[in-house]
Design a binder for this molecule. Structure first.
Ligand code: E4P
Length: 215
Protein backbone atom coordinates (compact mmCIF):
# COMPACT_ATOMS: atom_id res chain seq x y z
CA UNK A 1 0.00 0.00 0.00
CA UNK A 2 1.27 3.44 -0.96
CA UNK A 3 0.97 6.65 1.05
CA UNK A 4 -0.47 9.95 -0.16
CA UNK A 5 -0.57 13.06 2.04
CA UNK A 6 -4.03 14.57 2.65
CA UNK A 7 -3.27 18.29 2.89
CA UNK A 8 -2.90 21.53 0.97
CA UNK A 9 -0.19 22.77 3.37
CA UNK A 10 3.19 23.14 1.63
CA UNK A 11 5.29 22.93 4.81
CA UNK A 12 3.69 19.59 5.66
CA UNK A 13 4.23 18.34 2.12
CA UNK A 14 7.88 19.39 2.09
CA UNK A 15 8.52 17.78 5.48
CA UNK A 16 6.73 14.56 4.50
CA UNK A 17 8.59 14.24 1.18
CA UNK A 18 11.89 14.04 3.09
CA UNK A 19 10.82 10.65 4.50
CA UNK A 20 10.82 9.28 0.93
CA UNK A 21 7.52 7.44 1.34
CA UNK A 22 4.98 9.86 -0.16
CA UNK A 23 3.69 9.01 -3.65
CA UNK A 24 1.04 11.70 -4.03
CA UNK A 25 -1.17 14.33 -2.40
CA UNK A 26 -4.93 14.72 -2.04
CA UNK A 27 -6.66 18.02 -1.38
CA UNK A 28 -10.29 19.00 -0.95
CA UNK A 29 -12.05 22.40 -0.76
CA UNK A 30 -12.03 22.35 3.07
CA UNK A 31 -8.26 21.71 3.19
CA UNK A 32 -7.51 24.45 0.61
CA UNK A 33 -9.83 26.94 2.40
CA UNK A 34 -7.77 26.49 5.61
CA UNK A 35 -4.66 27.72 3.75
CA UNK A 36 -6.17 31.06 2.63
CA UNK A 37 -4.21 31.03 -0.68
CA UNK A 38 -5.05 31.03 -4.41
CA UNK A 39 -6.25 27.50 -5.27
CA UNK A 40 -4.50 27.32 -8.66
CA UNK A 41 -1.27 28.88 -7.36
CA UNK A 42 -1.15 26.40 -4.48
CA UNK A 43 -1.79 23.51 -6.88
CA UNK A 44 1.12 24.69 -9.06
CA UNK A 45 3.38 24.66 -5.98
CA UNK A 46 2.20 21.22 -4.85
CA UNK A 47 2.53 19.65 -8.31
CA UNK A 48 6.12 20.96 -8.51
CA UNK A 49 6.97 19.57 -5.08
CA UNK A 50 5.37 16.14 -5.62
CA UNK A 51 6.02 14.11 -8.80
CA UNK A 52 3.06 11.75 -8.17
CA UNK A 53 -0.71 12.25 -8.39
CA UNK A 54 -2.10 15.49 -6.90
CA UNK A 55 -5.89 15.40 -6.48
CA UNK A 56 -7.72 18.71 -6.96
CA UNK A 57 -11.48 18.85 -6.45
CA UNK A 58 -14.03 20.58 -8.69
CA UNK A 59 -16.60 22.87 -7.07
CA UNK A 60 -19.27 22.75 -9.80
CA UNK A 61 -22.13 20.31 -9.28
CA UNK A 62 -23.35 19.99 -12.89
CA UNK A 63 -21.61 17.86 -15.53
CA UNK A 64 -20.66 20.72 -17.88
CA UNK A 65 -19.27 22.79 -15.02
CA UNK A 66 -17.30 19.82 -13.64
CA UNK A 67 -15.82 19.00 -17.05
CA UNK A 68 -14.84 22.66 -17.63
CA UNK A 69 -13.24 22.96 -14.19
CA UNK A 70 -11.65 19.54 -14.55
CA UNK A 71 -10.01 20.54 -17.86
CA UNK A 72 -8.73 23.78 -16.30
CA UNK A 73 -7.30 21.92 -13.30
CA UNK A 74 -5.71 19.25 -15.51
CA UNK A 75 -4.02 22.00 -17.55
CA UNK A 76 -2.12 23.18 -14.45
CA UNK A 77 0.27 20.19 -14.49
CA UNK A 78 0.43 16.67 -15.95
CA UNK A 79 0.25 15.09 -12.49
CA UNK A 80 -3.13 16.63 -11.57
CA UNK A 81 -5.92 14.15 -10.83
CA UNK A 82 -9.38 15.69 -10.99
CA UNK A 83 -11.45 14.92 -7.91
CA UNK A 84 -15.16 14.53 -8.62
CA UNK A 85 -17.96 13.81 -6.11
CA UNK A 86 -20.04 10.61 -6.44
CA UNK A 87 -23.23 11.97 -8.06
CA UNK A 88 -25.12 11.29 -11.31
CA UNK A 89 -23.59 14.42 -12.87
CA UNK A 90 -20.21 13.52 -11.41
CA UNK A 91 -20.16 10.11 -13.10
CA UNK A 92 -21.05 11.68 -16.48
CA UNK A 93 -18.11 14.05 -15.97
CA UNK A 94 -15.77 11.16 -15.04
CA UNK A 95 -16.79 9.36 -18.21
CA UNK A 96 -16.05 12.43 -20.36
CA UNK A 97 -12.75 13.28 -18.61
CA UNK A 98 -11.48 9.69 -18.71
CA UNK A 99 -12.03 9.63 -22.49
CA UNK A 100 -9.79 12.72 -22.64
CA UNK A 101 -7.15 10.72 -20.69
CA UNK A 102 -7.60 12.95 -17.65
CA UNK A 103 -7.14 11.05 -14.39
CA UNK A 104 -10.04 11.18 -11.93
CA UNK A 105 -10.54 10.46 -8.24
CA UNK A 106 -14.17 9.85 -7.28
CA UNK A 107 -14.63 11.20 -3.79
CA UNK A 108 -17.20 10.82 -1.00
CA UNK A 109 -17.56 7.06 -1.53
CA UNK A 110 -19.43 5.37 1.33
CA UNK A 111 -20.41 1.97 -0.08
CA UNK A 112 -19.19 -0.63 -2.55
CA UNK A 113 -21.91 -0.02 -5.16
CA UNK A 114 -20.77 3.59 -5.45
CA UNK A 115 -17.22 2.31 -5.95
CA UNK A 116 -18.37 -0.17 -8.61
CA UNK A 117 -20.26 2.55 -10.50
CA UNK A 118 -17.26 4.91 -10.32
CA UNK A 119 -14.93 2.22 -11.69
CA UNK A 120 -17.34 1.47 -14.55
CA UNK A 121 -17.52 5.20 -15.34
CA UNK A 122 -13.75 5.18 -15.82
CA UNK A 123 -12.39 6.48 -12.49
CA UNK A 124 -8.65 6.15 -11.96
CA UNK A 125 -9.13 6.23 -8.16
CA UNK A 126 -12.02 5.99 -5.69
CA UNK A 127 -11.85 7.50 -2.21
CA UNK A 128 -13.91 5.67 0.43
CA UNK A 129 -14.03 7.86 3.58
CA UNK A 130 -13.40 5.34 6.31
CA UNK A 131 -13.22 7.77 9.26
CA UNK A 132 -16.59 9.34 8.45
CA UNK A 133 -18.12 5.83 8.15
CA UNK A 134 -16.70 4.82 11.54
CA UNK A 135 -18.04 8.10 13.00
CA UNK A 136 -21.62 6.97 12.28
CA UNK A 137 -21.13 3.44 13.60
CA UNK A 138 -20.39 1.71 10.27
CA UNK A 139 -17.17 -0.11 9.44
CA UNK A 140 -14.88 1.72 7.01
CA UNK A 141 -12.58 -1.32 6.96
CA UNK A 142 -15.42 -3.60 5.78
CA UNK A 143 -16.23 -1.24 2.91
CA UNK A 144 -12.57 -1.21 1.81
CA UNK A 145 -12.54 -5.04 1.87
CA UNK A 146 -15.78 -5.25 -0.16
CA UNK A 147 -14.50 -2.81 -2.78
CA UNK A 148 -11.16 -4.63 -3.04
CA UNK A 149 -12.95 -7.98 -3.52
CA UNK A 150 -15.33 -6.60 -6.15
CA UNK A 151 -12.51 -4.96 -8.11
CA UNK A 152 -10.49 -8.16 -7.97
CA UNK A 153 -13.40 -10.46 -8.99
CA UNK A 154 -14.31 -8.21 -11.94
CA UNK A 155 -10.76 -7.26 -13.00
CA UNK A 156 -11.30 -3.53 -12.48
CA UNK A 157 -8.06 -1.57 -12.31
CA UNK A 158 -9.42 1.48 -10.44
CA UNK A 159 -7.25 2.08 -7.37
CA UNK A 160 -8.70 2.39 -3.87
CA UNK A 161 -7.52 5.38 -1.83
CA UNK A 162 -8.51 4.90 1.82
CA UNK A 163 -9.45 8.45 2.88
CA UNK A 164 -10.70 10.24 6.00
CA UNK A 165 -7.98 8.52 8.02
CA UNK A 166 -8.02 9.64 11.64
CA UNK A 167 -5.43 7.46 13.41
CA UNK A 168 -2.75 4.80 12.79
CA UNK A 169 -5.21 1.91 13.30
CA UNK A 170 -7.08 3.14 10.20
CA UNK A 171 -3.82 2.75 8.24
CA UNK A 172 -3.42 -0.85 9.38
CA UNK A 173 -7.07 -1.58 8.53
CA UNK A 174 -6.70 -0.01 5.07
CA UNK A 175 -3.55 -2.05 4.35
CA UNK A 176 -5.02 -5.34 5.62
CA UNK A 177 -8.25 -4.91 3.68
CA UNK A 178 -6.75 -4.21 0.28
CA UNK A 179 -6.52 -0.44 -0.19
CA UNK A 180 -3.89 0.43 -2.82
CA UNK A 181 -3.20 3.78 -1.18
CA UNK A 182 -3.96 5.50 2.14
CA UNK A 183 -4.11 9.29 2.13
CA UNK A 184 -2.98 10.58 5.51
CA UNK A 185 -3.05 13.86 7.41
CA UNK A 186 0.55 14.81 8.35
CA UNK A 187 -0.29 14.24 12.03
CA UNK A 188 -1.16 10.58 11.35
CA UNK A 189 1.83 10.05 9.05
CA UNK A 190 4.30 10.98 11.81
CA UNK A 191 2.40 8.86 14.35
CA UNK A 192 3.10 5.78 12.17
CA UNK A 193 6.79 5.95 13.08
CA UNK A 194 6.25 6.01 16.83
CA UNK A 195 6.13 3.39 19.55
CA UNK A 196 6.95 4.06 23.23
CA UNK A 197 9.11 0.90 23.35
CA UNK A 198 11.21 2.27 20.46
CA UNK A 199 11.84 5.50 22.41
CA UNK A 200 12.54 3.54 25.61
CA UNK A 201 14.89 1.19 23.72
CA UNK A 202 16.91 4.09 22.28
CA UNK A 203 17.18 5.74 25.71
CA UNK A 204 18.31 2.52 27.40
CA UNK A 205 20.91 1.70 24.71
CA UNK A 206 22.42 5.18 25.04
CA UNK A 207 22.30 5.04 28.84
CA UNK A 208 24.05 1.64 28.91
CA UNK A 209 26.68 2.81 26.43
CA UNK A 210 27.40 6.01 28.36
CA UNK A 211 27.73 4.00 31.61
CA UNK A 212 30.24 1.62 29.98
CA UNK A 213 32.39 4.50 28.63
CA UNK A 214 32.73 5.94 32.13
CA UNK A 215 34.22 2.70 33.55
C1 E4P B 1 -9.85 12.64 0.95
O1 E4P B 1 -9.53 12.75 -0.20
C2 E4P B 1 -10.37 13.71 1.79
O2 E4P B 1 -9.64 14.88 1.51
C3 E4P B 1 -10.20 13.49 3.28
O3 E4P B 1 -9.54 12.27 3.55
C4 E4P B 1 -11.42 13.74 4.11
O4 E4P B 1 -11.11 13.49 5.47
P1 E4P B 1 -12.00 14.02 6.68
O5 E4P B 1 -13.16 13.11 6.86
O6 E4P B 1 -11.06 13.97 7.86
O7 E4P B 1 -12.41 15.42 6.33
Amino acid sequence: MKFFLDTANLDEIEKAIEFGIIDGVTTNPSLVAKEDVSFHERLKEITKAVPGSVSAEVLALDTDGMVKEGMELAAIAPNITVKIPMTHDGMKAVNILSKENIKTNVTLIFNSNQALVAARAGATYVSPFIGRLDDIGHSGAEIIAEIADIYSIHNLDTQIIAASIRHPQHVTEAALNGAHIATLPYKVLVQLFKHPLTDWGIESFIRDWEARKNK
